[in-house]
Design a protein around this ligand. Sequence first.
Ligand SMILES: [Zn+2]
Length: 374
Amino acid sequence: MINRRRLVDTFMTLAGIDSVSRRERGVVDHLAVRLGDLGLEYTEDGAGNVINGTAGNIVARLPGTVPGPTLLFCTHMDTVEPGNGVKPRVEGHAIRSGGDTILGADDKAGMAAVLEAVTVLKEQGLPHPKLELVFTVSEEIGLLGIKEIDFGRLESVMGFVLDSDGTPGKVITRAPSQDRIVATVVGRAAHAGINPEDGVNAIQAAARAIADLPLGRIDEETTANIGVIRGGQATNIIPERVHLEGETRSLDNNKRRSLTEHICRMMTERVEAAGAQIKIEVEQIYSSFALEPDTRPVRMALKAAANVGLVAAIEQTGGGSDANVLNEHGIPTVNISTGMRKVHSTEEYLLIEDLVNTTRHVLEIIRLAGLNKE
Ligand SMILES: [Zn+2]
Protein backbone atom coordinates (compact mmCIF):
# COMPACT_ATOMS: atom_id res chain seq x y z
CA MET A 1 0.00 0.00 0.00
CA ILE A 2 2.75 2.40 0.98
CA ASN A 3 5.02 3.77 -1.74
CA ARG A 4 8.36 3.34 -0.02
CA ARG A 5 10.36 5.35 -2.54
CA ARG A 6 7.91 8.26 -2.45
CA LEU A 7 7.96 8.18 1.35
CA VAL A 8 11.76 8.31 1.48
CA ASP A 9 11.79 11.08 -1.14
CA THR A 10 9.30 13.10 0.91
CA PHE A 11 11.45 12.74 3.98
CA MET A 12 14.68 13.62 2.16
CA THR A 13 13.06 16.70 0.60
CA LEU A 14 11.72 17.92 3.96
CA ALA A 15 15.05 17.25 5.69
CA GLY A 16 16.83 19.31 3.03
CA ILE A 17 14.74 22.44 3.69
CA ASP A 18 16.08 24.75 6.41
CA SER A 19 13.56 25.18 9.22
CA VAL A 20 15.19 25.93 12.54
CA SER A 21 12.69 27.30 15.05
CA ARG A 22 11.06 30.59 14.00
CA ARG A 23 12.40 30.06 10.43
CA GLU A 24 9.96 27.50 9.06
CA ARG A 25 8.83 29.43 5.95
CA GLY A 26 10.54 27.04 3.49
CA VAL A 27 8.81 23.98 4.93
CA VAL A 28 5.43 25.75 5.03
CA ASP A 29 5.78 26.72 1.35
CA HIS A 30 6.68 23.16 0.41
CA LEU A 31 3.83 21.77 2.48
CA ALA A 32 1.40 24.16 0.79
CA VAL A 33 2.30 22.62 -2.57
CA ARG A 34 1.96 19.06 -1.25
CA LEU A 35 -1.39 19.72 0.42
CA GLY A 36 -2.59 21.53 -2.70
CA ASP A 37 -1.63 18.53 -4.87
CA LEU A 38 -3.59 16.29 -2.52
CA GLY A 39 -6.61 18.56 -2.86
CA LEU A 40 -6.64 19.31 0.86
CA GLU A 41 -8.08 22.47 2.30
CA TYR A 42 -5.64 24.12 4.71
CA THR A 43 -5.01 27.34 6.58
CA GLU A 44 -1.92 29.02 7.95
CA ASP A 45 -2.58 30.85 11.20
CA GLY A 46 -1.00 34.02 12.57
CA ALA A 47 1.37 32.33 15.00
CA GLY A 48 4.37 33.59 13.03
CA ASN A 49 3.50 37.21 13.83
CA VAL A 50 2.85 36.48 17.48
CA ILE A 51 6.10 34.61 18.11
CA ASN A 52 8.23 36.64 15.72
CA GLY A 53 8.77 33.80 13.26
CA THR A 54 8.58 33.51 9.47
CA ALA A 55 5.55 31.21 9.35
CA GLY A 56 2.44 30.11 11.21
CA ASN A 57 0.95 26.73 12.01
CA ILE A 58 -0.73 24.81 9.23
CA VAL A 59 -4.04 23.06 9.83
CA ALA A 60 -5.28 20.88 6.99
CA ARG A 61 -8.63 19.13 6.86
CA LEU A 62 -9.63 15.95 5.12
CA PRO A 63 -13.40 15.39 5.06
CA GLY A 64 -14.39 11.88 6.16
CA THR A 65 -15.63 9.28 3.68
CA VAL A 66 -17.19 7.24 6.50
CA PRO A 67 -18.54 8.15 9.95
CA GLY A 68 -16.22 7.85 12.91
CA PRO A 69 -14.37 10.01 15.38
CA THR A 70 -12.45 12.97 13.95
CA LEU A 71 -8.75 12.29 14.42
CA LEU A 72 -5.96 14.80 14.81
CA PHE A 73 -2.41 14.07 13.69
CA CYS A 74 0.19 16.58 14.83
CA THR A 75 3.84 17.02 13.86
CA HIS A 76 6.20 19.99 14.16
CA MET A 77 7.97 21.67 11.27
CA ASP A 78 10.89 23.26 13.13
CA THR A 79 14.21 21.72 14.06
CA VAL A 80 16.96 22.43 16.56
CA GLU A 81 20.40 23.68 15.49
CA PRO A 82 22.74 23.01 13.78
CA GLY A 83 19.88 22.53 11.35
CA ASN A 84 20.69 24.67 8.29
CA GLY A 85 22.07 23.09 5.13
CA VAL A 86 21.16 19.52 6.08
CA LYS A 87 22.34 17.08 3.40
CA PRO A 88 20.40 13.89 4.08
CA ARG A 89 21.87 10.73 2.59
CA VAL A 90 20.81 7.11 2.49
CA GLU A 91 23.44 4.85 3.95
CA GLY A 92 22.41 1.20 3.83
CA HIS A 93 19.12 0.91 5.72
CA ALA A 94 19.44 4.30 7.40
CA ILE A 95 19.17 7.98 6.55
CA ARG A 96 21.78 10.25 8.11
CA SER A 97 22.93 13.85 7.85
CA GLY A 98 26.28 14.85 6.40
CA GLY A 99 27.66 14.72 9.95
CA ASP A 100 27.93 18.48 10.47
CA THR A 101 24.22 19.06 11.16
CA ILE A 102 21.31 17.29 12.74
CA LEU A 103 19.16 15.22 10.37
CA GLY A 104 15.83 16.72 11.43
CA ALA A 105 14.00 13.39 11.56
CA ASP A 106 12.73 15.14 14.68
CA ASP A 107 10.12 15.83 13.46
CA LYS A 108 10.24 15.48 9.67
CA ALA A 109 9.95 11.70 9.95
CA GLY A 110 6.53 12.30 11.50
CA MET A 111 5.61 14.82 8.80
CA ALA A 112 6.65 12.44 6.01
CA ALA A 113 4.67 9.56 7.54
CA VAL A 114 1.50 11.66 7.82
CA LEU A 115 1.86 12.97 4.24
CA GLU A 116 2.41 9.48 2.85
CA ALA A 117 -0.53 8.09 4.83
CA VAL A 118 -2.87 10.75 3.45
CA THR A 119 -1.51 10.25 -0.06
CA VAL A 120 -2.24 6.51 0.22
CA LEU A 121 -5.77 7.19 1.51
CA LYS A 122 -6.49 9.45 -1.47
CA GLU A 123 -4.76 7.34 -4.09
CA GLN A 124 -6.46 4.11 -3.09
CA GLY A 125 -9.78 5.57 -2.03
CA LEU A 126 -9.52 3.99 1.43
CA PRO A 127 -12.38 4.73 3.83
CA HIS A 128 -11.53 7.14 6.63
CA PRO A 129 -13.25 9.45 9.11
CA LYS A 130 -12.61 13.18 9.12
CA LEU A 131 -8.96 14.04 9.73
CA GLU A 132 -7.31 17.20 11.00
CA LEU A 133 -3.60 17.50 10.25
CA VAL A 134 -1.73 20.00 12.38
CA PHE A 135 1.82 21.08 11.50
CA THR A 136 3.27 23.38 14.14
CA VAL A 137 6.08 25.93 14.30
CA SER A 138 8.61 26.54 17.08
CA GLU A 139 7.89 23.38 19.05
CA GLU A 140 11.52 23.02 20.02
CA ILE A 141 11.73 26.36 21.83
CA GLY A 142 8.89 25.89 24.29
CA LEU A 143 5.90 24.62 22.25
CA LEU A 144 5.33 28.19 21.06
CA GLY A 145 3.40 27.32 17.90
CA ILE A 146 0.81 24.91 19.29
CA LYS A 147 -0.04 27.41 22.03
CA GLU A 148 -1.27 29.80 19.31
CA ILE A 149 -3.59 27.26 17.65
CA ASP A 150 -7.26 28.27 17.48
CA PHE A 151 -8.57 25.33 19.50
CA GLY A 152 -12.14 26.47 18.99
CA ARG A 153 -11.84 25.47 15.34
CA LEU A 154 -10.58 21.94 16.00
CA GLU A 155 -13.18 19.18 16.03
CA SER A 156 -10.99 16.21 16.86
CA VAL A 157 -11.99 14.00 19.74
CA MET A 158 -8.52 12.51 20.08
CA GLY A 159 -5.02 13.21 18.89
CA PHE A 160 -1.82 11.51 17.85
CA VAL A 161 1.42 13.46 18.00
CA LEU A 162 4.21 11.80 16.00
CA ASP A 163 7.18 13.10 17.91
CA SER A 164 8.79 10.41 20.01
CA ASP A 165 12.08 8.64 19.40
CA GLY A 166 12.70 4.92 19.39
CA THR A 167 11.05 2.01 17.62
CA PRO A 168 7.54 2.53 16.23
CA GLY A 169 4.86 0.93 18.39
CA LYS A 170 5.86 2.90 21.48
CA VAL A 171 3.00 5.01 22.82
CA ILE A 172 3.72 7.81 25.28
CA THR A 173 0.82 8.30 27.67
CA ARG A 174 2.49 10.39 30.39
CA ALA A 175 4.71 13.45 30.10
CA PRO A 176 5.91 16.01 32.64
CA SER A 177 5.12 19.64 33.24
CA GLN A 178 7.97 22.12 33.13
CA ASP A 179 8.91 25.35 34.89
CA ARG A 180 11.49 27.68 33.41
CA ILE A 181 13.52 29.58 35.99
CA VAL A 182 15.41 32.73 34.96
CA ALA A 183 17.44 34.55 37.60
CA THR A 184 19.71 37.57 37.76
CA VAL A 185 22.17 37.84 40.63
CA VAL A 186 23.07 41.47 41.29
CA GLY A 187 26.18 42.42 43.28
CA ARG A 188 28.16 45.66 43.06
CA ALA A 189 30.92 46.49 40.62
CA ALA A 190 34.26 47.88 41.78
CA HIS A 191 37.86 47.91 40.60
CA ALA A 192 39.33 44.57 41.63
CA GLY A 193 42.76 46.03 42.43
CA ILE A 194 42.01 49.53 43.69
CA ASN A 195 38.84 49.32 45.82
CA PRO A 196 37.69 45.70 46.02
CA GLU A 197 36.16 46.37 49.43
CA ASP A 198 33.43 48.42 47.68
CA GLY A 199 32.39 45.49 45.50
CA VAL A 200 30.04 42.54 45.90
CA ASN A 201 31.02 39.67 43.64
CA ALA A 202 27.95 38.42 41.77
CA ILE A 203 29.83 35.41 40.36
CA GLN A 204 30.71 34.19 43.82
CA ALA A 205 27.19 34.81 45.05
CA ALA A 206 25.80 32.90 42.07
CA ALA A 207 28.20 30.05 42.73
CA ARG A 208 26.92 29.81 46.30
CA ALA A 209 23.36 30.01 45.04
CA ILE A 210 23.67 26.96 42.81
CA ALA A 211 26.38 24.90 44.55
CA ASP A 212 24.00 22.94 46.80
CA LEU A 213 20.81 22.95 44.72
CA PRO A 214 19.08 19.63 44.19
CA LEU A 215 19.79 19.07 40.47
CA GLY A 216 19.68 16.17 38.04
CA ARG A 217 17.30 13.33 38.76
CA ILE A 218 15.33 14.08 41.92
CA ASP A 219 13.13 10.99 41.75
CA GLU A 220 11.77 8.70 39.08
CA GLU A 221 9.36 11.35 37.77
CA THR A 222 11.12 14.59 38.70
CA THR A 223 14.23 16.39 37.39
CA ALA A 224 15.92 19.77 37.75
CA ASN A 225 18.71 21.56 35.92
CA ILE A 226 20.65 24.80 35.78
CA GLY A 227 21.65 25.00 32.13
CA VAL A 228 22.93 28.52 31.53
CA ILE A 229 25.26 30.80 33.49
CA ARG A 230 26.60 34.05 32.08
CA GLY A 231 28.37 36.93 33.74
CA GLY A 232 31.46 39.04 34.29
CA GLN A 233 33.43 41.28 31.98
CA ALA A 234 37.12 41.38 32.96
CA THR A 235 39.47 40.15 35.67
CA ASN A 236 39.95 43.65 37.01
CA ILE A 237 36.24 44.26 37.57
CA ILE A 238 34.31 42.75 40.43
CA PRO A 239 31.32 41.37 38.51
CA GLU A 240 28.02 43.06 39.09
CA ARG A 241 25.61 40.70 37.31
CA VAL A 242 25.20 37.01 36.63
CA HIS A 243 22.41 35.55 34.53
CA LEU A 244 21.16 32.04 35.34
CA GLU A 245 18.64 29.83 33.55
CA GLY A 246 17.25 26.54 34.75
CA GLU A 247 14.22 24.28 34.74
CA THR A 248 12.28 21.78 36.79
CA ARG A 249 10.10 18.98 35.44
CA SER A 250 7.83 16.39 36.96
CA LEU A 251 5.05 14.07 35.93
CA ASP A 252 3.46 15.29 39.18
CA ASN A 253 2.47 18.98 39.03
CA ASN A 254 2.65 19.37 42.82
CA LYS A 255 6.16 17.97 42.98
CA ARG A 256 7.30 20.32 40.23
CA ARG A 257 5.74 23.30 41.96
CA SER A 258 7.31 22.58 45.34
CA LEU A 259 10.70 21.78 43.80
CA THR A 260 10.67 25.11 41.95
CA GLU A 261 9.75 26.92 45.17
CA HIS A 262 12.49 25.12 47.06
CA ILE A 263 15.10 26.03 44.44
CA CYS A 264 14.03 29.69 44.40
CA ARG A 265 14.11 29.88 48.20
CA MET A 266 17.56 28.28 48.42
CA MET A 267 19.01 30.57 45.77
CA THR A 268 17.57 33.65 47.47
CA GLU A 269 18.93 32.68 50.89
CA ARG A 270 22.42 31.91 49.62
CA VAL A 271 22.67 35.01 47.46
CA GLU A 272 21.50 37.30 50.24
CA ALA A 273 23.91 35.65 52.69
CA ALA A 274 26.66 36.61 50.23
CA GLY A 275 25.50 40.24 50.36
CA ALA A 276 24.02 40.26 46.85
CA GLN A 277 20.46 40.41 45.52
CA ILE A 278 18.58 38.06 43.24
CA LYS A 279 15.64 38.55 40.87
CA ILE A 280 13.91 35.34 39.85
CA GLU A 281 11.24 34.80 37.21
CA VAL A 282 9.38 31.51 36.95
CA GLU A 283 7.21 30.55 34.03
CA GLN A 284 5.31 27.32 33.60
CA ILE A 285 6.08 26.29 30.01
CA TYR A 286 3.54 23.47 29.80
CA SER A 287 1.37 21.15 31.91
CA SER A 288 1.84 17.45 32.45
CA PHE A 289 -0.56 14.84 31.14
CA ALA A 290 -1.36 11.27 32.08
CA LEU A 291 -3.78 9.18 30.04
CA GLU A 292 -5.19 5.98 31.47
CA PRO A 293 -4.57 2.82 29.43
CA ASP A 294 -8.28 2.51 28.62
CA THR A 295 -8.48 6.00 27.06
CA ARG A 296 -9.52 5.86 23.39
CA PRO A 297 -6.32 7.16 21.73
CA VAL A 298 -4.20 4.89 23.92
CA ARG A 299 -6.27 1.81 23.08
CA MET A 300 -6.34 2.69 19.38
CA ALA A 301 -2.62 3.40 19.13
CA LEU A 302 -1.77 0.12 20.88
CA LYS A 303 -4.26 -1.95 18.89
CA ALA A 304 -3.10 -0.44 15.61
CA ALA A 305 0.55 -1.07 16.44
CA ALA A 306 -0.14 -4.70 17.27
CA ASN A 307 -2.27 -5.13 14.13
CA VAL A 308 0.62 -4.12 11.88
CA GLY A 309 3.09 -6.33 13.72
CA LEU A 310 4.82 -3.73 15.89
CA VAL A 311 5.69 -4.22 19.55
CA ALA A 312 3.01 -2.11 21.21
CA ALA A 313 4.17 -0.59 24.49
CA ILE A 314 3.01 2.15 26.83
CA GLU A 315 5.78 4.42 28.09
CA GLN A 316 6.28 7.68 29.91
CA THR A 317 8.75 10.38 28.94
CA GLY A 318 10.76 13.13 30.57
CA GLY A 319 10.23 15.48 27.64
CA GLY A 320 7.42 17.83 26.65
CA SER A 321 5.78 17.90 23.22
CA ASP A 322 2.77 19.36 21.44
CA ALA A 323 0.81 16.53 23.10
CA ASN A 324 1.09 18.36 26.43
CA VAL A 325 -0.75 21.38 25.03
CA LEU A 326 -3.34 19.34 23.12
CA ASN A 327 -4.18 17.42 26.29
CA GLU A 328 -4.34 20.66 28.24
CA HIS A 329 -6.96 21.87 25.74
CA GLY A 330 -9.12 18.81 26.18
CA ILE A 331 -8.07 16.69 23.21
CA PRO A 332 -6.77 13.43 24.69
CA THR A 333 -3.54 12.89 22.78
CA VAL A 334 -0.76 10.33 22.83
CA ASN A 335 2.74 10.78 21.44
CA ILE A 336 3.87 7.91 19.22
CA SER A 337 7.34 6.89 18.05
CA THR A 338 8.56 7.68 14.56
CA GLY A 339 11.88 5.82 14.70
CA MET A 340 14.03 8.94 14.94
CA ARG A 341 17.22 8.26 16.93
CA LYS A 342 19.97 10.24 18.64
CA VAL A 343 17.86 13.34 18.12
CA HIS A 344 19.27 16.81 18.81
CA SER A 345 22.74 15.62 17.78
CA THR A 346 24.72 15.48 14.55
CA GLU A 347 24.55 11.67 14.84
CA GLU A 348 20.79 11.70 14.44
CA TYR A 349 19.54 8.99 12.07
CA LEU A 350 16.41 7.23 10.90
CA LEU A 351 15.95 3.65 9.72
CA ILE A 352 13.90 3.50 6.54
CA GLU A 353 12.05 0.49 7.93
CA ASP A 354 10.94 2.57 10.92
CA LEU A 355 9.70 5.35 8.63
CA VAL A 356 7.63 2.78 6.72
CA ASN A 357 6.32 1.23 9.94
CA THR A 358 5.31 4.62 11.34
CA THR A 359 3.27 5.23 8.18
CA ARG A 360 1.66 1.78 8.52
CA HIS A 361 0.86 2.59 12.15
CA VAL A 362 -0.85 5.84 11.15
CA LEU A 363 -2.85 4.17 8.39
CA GLU A 364 -4.01 1.45 10.76
CA ILE A 365 -5.12 3.97 13.38
CA ILE A 366 -7.18 5.68 10.69
CA ARG A 367 -8.60 2.36 9.47
CA LEU A 368 -9.64 1.38 13.02
CA ALA A 369 -11.33 4.73 13.54
CA GLY A 370 -13.24 4.22 10.28
CA LEU A 371 -14.52 0.89 11.59
CA ASN A 372 -15.48 2.90 14.66
CA LYS A 373 -14.17 0.22 16.94
CA GLU A 374 -10.85 0.07 18.64
ZN1 LIG B 1 10.35 16.85 18.21
